[in-house]
Write a protein that binds this ligand. Structure first.
Ligand code: HEC
Length: 178
């Protein structure tokens, strides 16, 4: 055979074989060597840096630890003293202001993070105790009522509220102050 014929025949055969094996799906790539490093799993799309959550919700109020709670009680004591002194001398505006301040302080009592020290509820949070919350509420209400009475010059009423304030302090301390 002429070499051209041989070459052409080879070419035809090669093409035909190639087409045939492709059709049969046998054109597989060589098997990877056993110890070929496995391909890393595709990296996750780099995420956007975590966005600052918009601070829609009011930041959760922080509880008052022992130091903060004692500071609060000192403020309460000072404000209570101011209130009583101005009430004694019937200075209406001053009494009203001090009593309103006392009511504001009283609202914070239930943020106490202190644990009950003794009794059945030992170890629980004071702020979760019904009586604790009740006395804090009593103090707030009495202080608000005292502010109003002082504003209106109703001194007898103011005196009664002052006594209620005293009862709330004492009741709570008797049970919860160590
Ligand atoms: C609902 C409970 C509650 C009420 C109401 C309350 N207190 Fe207290 N108070 C406490 C507790 C509990 C402590 C002890 C805190 C501690 O162990 O650190 C305390 C401690 C104090 C202390 C000591 C603070 C210190 O330096 O250790 C003072 C002073 C005080 N109270 C004043 C008052 C006055 C005055 C009132 C009323 C006008 C009042 N408290 C009402 C719960 C209360």
């Amino acid at each position: 055979m002429h070499y051209r014929t041989v070459a052409a025949t080879c070419l035809v055969l090669t093409l035909a074989l190639g087409a045939f094996s492709q059709v049969m799906g046998q054109d597989k790539p060589p098997a990877p060597k056993p110890d070929v490093k496995k391909e890393e799993p595709p990296k996750e799309e780099p995420k956007d840096p975590p966005k600052e959550e918009p601070k829609e919700e009011p930041k959760k109020e922080e509880w008052l630890n022992k130091d903060a709670f004692e500071r609060l009680m000192k403020d309460i004591k000072a404000t209570n003293g101011k209130m009583r002194a101005s009430l004694k001398s019937k200075r209406g505006a001053e009494t009203e202001t001090a009593a309103n301040d006392l009511a504001k302080h009283a609202e914070k009592i239930v943020k106490s993070d202190l644990d009950v020290k003794e009794g059945e509820t030992k170890g629980q949070k004071m702020r979760d105790q019904k009586d604790f919350k009740g006395w804090a509420e009593d103090l707030k209400k009495a202080a608000e009522a005292l502010a109003k009475a002082a504003k209106d010059g109703k001194w007898d009423d103011a005196e009664k509220e002052k006594d209620k304030v005293g009862v709330s302090c004492k009741s709570c301390h008797d049970k919860y102050e160590d």
